[in-house]
Write a new protein. Structure first.
Length: 558
């Protein structure tokens, strides 16, 4: 009898199961804490899948909490987009939608407590002046001349900051920790700063706002989060996270770090993505070339594929770079199962079946998806004049062992139709083939073939009389040419792929696509997967190429 294979647990799951088994925790409480200052990207998708996925696995809860402590860069648009992205991935925070701004009063009282305990002070050094005394990881810093202000003076100045009596940059509340700590984040970090900016939720109620480090851990504690999961760049922030919780005497949330997602040929920095948007290098946050969740959704990636990808790459303790081909494989694997097959001829050339009666139309039956029998079939009109792809014909083809498609005196099958034999062709004034002539064998109709003929080549086709013409086909490719953008020393925008988008309107499509709706995804047989874009109107179909059928990148760019 086979022994069931034991599930392999990542290091976070091992920690959780140990805590649950020991009774340290009775439940799992995680949170996903985005800053509403831009759209989420594929790296955030990994974190979403991790935090919500762990809560699902262990019958716990995952809160959605917006870290809205920087009013100058935050907008309701970003809040709404984040919620849309999470729901699209298939996760639900139910009634647990929180904001750091929910806790502004409590956080302010925590700051007062630290001042009263002699653990925080109002500093009047400018950013540059404090940097000059801060030292380096190997050189101890010097204390600010304001570090030992009287307690009452600190309280008075902090209240004045809150009431808007001081300009931005004039004063800041700093934790009084250790100016000689080897961890630079422990050298009297800022807890509060003055900002005269309207907040998207609290308006002009506040003139002081907590720093990320101050708001983050305390918000975790207020929500009693027992697994606060962060990417590795926050590892050096953990001592401050723990210092604040300990000195405030509040619920001891625990921070654990994991490796962030770095993808080849991809930028996963919100700041850099903002540069692309604001510099008009792309059409917006949801440009299908962008690695934002809204961008890949518009391109045609599926939530199933993203979750599968996140599961495949796992959770690591050390940073590395993941080949974007792993993500693309997950997308192909999912779309292969669910996408209906259709004929789309990208570079059409006319094929005339010379022994087919003028005006005759015969209906062929095509399988919608060989991977899904329940997808059924569709009807395709077959007529005397058809279109095939120009790349499927050579006037002087190589040997039959190297060329299975059409050429003079060569036979191929028109998929779901008949076997044909090329009898000739005609060139136009420009020297290009403009018509191909062939004869069909009436005994070779697909599904009813009685001829016994065997041919290796099978071509897609579309009836010239019924073709959908003029659709805009947007052929998207990778946005960058450089594999590891984390190692470059120049401007990352110098590495943009000039061929990341090619647009064509010369394609002809099978008639069933005339009724395609925004969001529909199809496999254009032998070409790739395509999604109907939001720019589609009653008069103009627009398709985005989601991905090719196979990875041609290395061969094309190697």
């Amino acid at each position: 009898m086979d022994t069931p294979k034991k599930e392999s647990l990542n290091f976070i799951e091992q920690m959780i199961e140990k805590d649950l088994d020991s009774g340290k925790h009775q439940t799992v409480k995680t949170r996903f804490p985005p800053e509403p200052n831009g759209y989420l990207h594929i790296g955030h998708a990994k974190s979403i899948c991790l935090n919500f996925g762990l809560a699902e696995k262990y019958n716990g809860t995952c809160n959605l909490r917006f870290d809205d402590t920087n009013p100058e860069k935050e907008e309701v648009e970003y809040v709404d987009s984040i919620k849309t992205d999470i729901k699209w991935l298939g996760f639900d925070w139910e009634d647990r939608e929180y904001y750091a701004s929910d806790y502004f009063n409590t956080l302010y009282s925590y700051a007062i407590q630290l001042i009263k305990d002699g653990k925080a002070y109002i500093d009047e050094l400018s950013k540059e002046e404090f940097a000059a005394i801060k030292g380096s990881p190997t050189v101890p810093g010097k204390e600010s001349p304001y570090r030992n202000r009287p307690l009452e003076e600190n309280l008075t100045l902090f209240e004045e900051m809150k009431s808007g009596r001081h300009p931005e940059g004039k004063m800041a509340l700093r934790a009084k920790i250790d100016m000689s700590s080897p961890n630079m984040h422990m050298r009297d970090p800022i807890l509060y700063r003055v900002k005269h900016a309207s907040h998207h939720r609290t308006g002009n109620q506040w003139c002081v706002y907590p720093s990320y480090d101050f708001a983050h851990g305390q918000s975790d504690s207020l929500e009693e989060i027992n697994y606060s999961l962060c990417t590795l760049e926050f590892e050096v922030h953990r001592p401050l996270y723990e210092w604040l919780i300990e000195n405030l005497g509040i619920y001891p949330s625990k921070q654990t770090e994991f490796a962030r997602l770095n993808l080849s040929y991809t930028i996963v920095s919100k700041r850099s993505l903002r540069e692309l948007v604001e510099g008009n290098y792309v059409s917006g946050w949801d440009d299908p070339r962008m690695p934002t969740i809204s961008g890949i959704r518009r391109r045609g990636f599926t939530p199933t594929a993203i979750r599968k990808f996140a599961d495949t790459i796992g959770v690591a303790k050390r940073n590395g770079i993941t080949d974007v081909a792993v993500l693309e494989h997950a997308v192909r694997e999912d779309l292969n199962k669910v996408a209906p097959r259709v004929f789309g001829i990208m570079d059409p050339v006319k094929l005339v079946i010379t022994n087919w009666p003028e005006g005759k139309t015969e209906t062929m039956t095509a399988i919608n998806n060989p991977e899904d029998e329940s997808a059924g079939t569709r009807e395709m009109p077959f007529t005397r004049e058809l279109y095939i792809d120009r790349s499927d014909f050579k006037e002087d083809p190589p040997s039959p062992r190297k060329w299975y498609r059409l050429g003079p005196e060569r036979e191929v099958r028109l998929k779901s139709g008949y076997i044909i034999k090329c009898t000739g062709f005609k060139k136009g004034d420009n020297g290009e083939v403009e018509e191909i002539y062939a004869e069909y064998d009436p005994e070779t109709r697909s599904g009813q073939d009685t001829s016994g003929k065997k041919v290796k080549g099978t071509l897609g086709w579309v009836s010239a009389d019924h073709a959908v013409k003029g659709a805009e086909i947007r052929l998207y490719d990778r946005l960058f040419l450089t594999e590891n953008l984390g190692t470059i020393e120049d401007d990352f925008k110098n590495h943009l792929n000039p061929d990341s988008l090619t647009i064509t309107k010369k394609a002809v499509l099978e008639p069933s696509l005339a009724n395609a709706k925004v969001g529909d995804i199809f496999q254009f047989e032998r070409i790739g997967y395509f999604r109907v874009d939001e720019d589609t109107t009653d008069n103009q179909l627009v398709f985005n190429r989601t991905i090719t059928l196979r990875d041609n990148w290395a061969r094309k760019n190697g």
